[in-house]
Design a protein around this ligand. Structure first.
Ligand code: PMP
Length: 435
């Protein structure tokens, strides 16, 4: 493989080495910065609202590790808990007192849940939720939304959000037609398209899986009534409703999006913020559904690293930190408001059309003058303008998601200073864009 980075930019020295030992020089596609035509960053350390790269440059970070850094990077209480746990052994391969405590503390925070299974990644948790839904209903089809993302399990890649959207891929070779035969794609915020999907497979739909606020085609709020509508349609058809709260869980409220919007799904998938930066995911639901999982029931799911002791320790410390800061969600909201208002004003003054879409601490600056409510609208935003904006901010020490179609995240560590630095950088960026 040639040592040139696909973006064509002059590669930093680490990148020349990296591209010859890893595809694109990275280990997850969006890290390559292809969609923004920039040299990717190689991060050496992260603390609070800042990341520092291998060249010693520090950036105000709005990526937040793609969601997990709700408390900011490396919060002291979480790091200490992980260090303490490590001294008691890294991995046991058996049940542990800490995971029992976590299950007992987590379940009351998940509307509708009586039991939980702890896993490693959001991909695994969503894949298991779908398997469980199919087993419980004895039906094959799953309704997903265009532009959604539920991890990279074959049957769930049909919706095409996140890196697939970022890279503009229309299909993923290696995923068989058979694996996608039971994937029905509806339009986000469009209940009629969901009814159509159900009508196309009478009696055949096991579940609808949805991000209660979309975060993988940029931040798209669910329209009022959309989640309630999904609840009603799934009930009417005897199908299950799965909330993929990998991003929204603990982030939108202490009880996730389900708590925030007051809609209770049948199954909930969590990840990201739950592990506070350590790999941890959860699948939760009522006892009758969860009891279908092995060893009680026949639906198989297992994992060497499931409920990893260091991740469980990080999650317990994260829950304690959230409990200790009841004002956290107000603070995130205030930071978000300042940022949203500031960016909108700066763009207006510069005559650059943008729409800042935000729900709590999830947000996206879409370069368009129209609201973005679904994938067909998200795909029409001006990605080149976003790439220019991204590069202009990066040059001024502000790191945004390296894709027009990935949500940005506010953490507890972001305050007025970070907002001010970002708005100042944005002012200069908008000047460039209005030229
Ligand atoms: N669901 C959603 C909503 C996600 O945003 C993601 C990751 N971006 C996943 C599932 C997959 O999680 P993981 O990357 O931990 O496998």
């Amino acid at each position: 493989m040639s040592a040139a980075h696909p973006c064509g930019a002059a590669p930093a020295s680490w990148l020349e080495r990296a591209v010859s030992v890893a595809p694109g020089g990275v280990h997850s596609p969006v890290r390559a910065f292809l969609a923004v035509g920039a040299v990717p960053l190689s991060i050496r350390s992260a603390a609070g609202a800042r990341v520092t790269d291998s060249e010693g440059r520090t950036f105000v970070d709005w990526v937040g590790a793609w969601g997990p850094a709700l408390l900011g990077h490396a919060p002291a209480e979480v790091v200490e808990a992980v260090e303490r746990a490590a001294r008691s052994g890294l991995l046991f391969g058996f049940a542990s007192p800490a995971e029992l405590e976590l299950a007992e503390r987590l379940i009351p925070r998940i509307p509708g849940a009586e039991m939980v299974r702890l896993l490693v990644s959001g991909t695994e948790a969503a894949m298991t939720a779908v398997r469980l839904a199919r087993a419980a209903t004895a039906r094959p089809a799953i309704v997903q939304f265009a532009g959604g993302y539920h991890g990279h399990a074959d049957g769930l890649l049909a919706s095409g959000g996140s890196g697939i959207a970022t890279l503009g891929l229309s299909a993923t070779p290696g995923v068989t037609a058979g694996a996608l035969a039971n994937s029905l794609i509806a339009r986000y915020n469009d209940l009629a398209s969901v009814e159509e999907a159900f009508a196309s497979r009478p009696g055949g739909v096991a579940a609808v899986i949805v991000e209660p606020v979309a975060g993988n085609m940029g931040c798209i709020p669910s329209a009022p009534g959309f989640l309630e509508g999904l609840r009603e349609i799934t009930r009417r058809h005897g199908a299950l409703l799965i909330f993929d709260e990998v991003i929204t869980g603990l982030r939108l409220s202490p009880r996730g999006a389900a708590g925030h919007f007051g809609v209770t799904p049948d199954l909930t998938v969590m990840g990201k913020a739950l592990g506070g930066g350590m790999p941890l995911a959860a699948l939760a639901g009522p006892r009758d559904l969860m009891s279908r999982l092995a060893p009680v029931g026949p639906v198989y799911q297992a994992g060497t690293y499931a409920a990893h002791p260091l991740s469980v320790a990080a999650a317990l410390a994260t829950l304690s930190a959230l409990d200790a800061r009841p004002d956290l969600y107000d603070r995130l909201e205030r930071t978000g408001e300042r940022l949203e208002r500031g960016l909108a004003e700066i763009a207006r003054a510069a005559g650059v059309p943008i729409r800042v879409q935000r729900v709590g601490s999830m947000w996206t600056a879409f370069f368009t003058d129209q609201p973005v409510r679904s994938w067909d609208e998200a795909r029409t935003v001006n990605r080149e303008a976003y790439a220019t904006f991204f590069r202009a901010l990066l040059a001024r020490g502000v790191l945004m998601p390296p894709s027009a179609l990935e949500a940005a995240f506010i953490s507890a560590a972001h305050g007025e200073i970070e907002v001010e630095i970002t708005l100042q950088a944005a002012r200069a960026a908008m000047q460039e864009l209005s030229r």
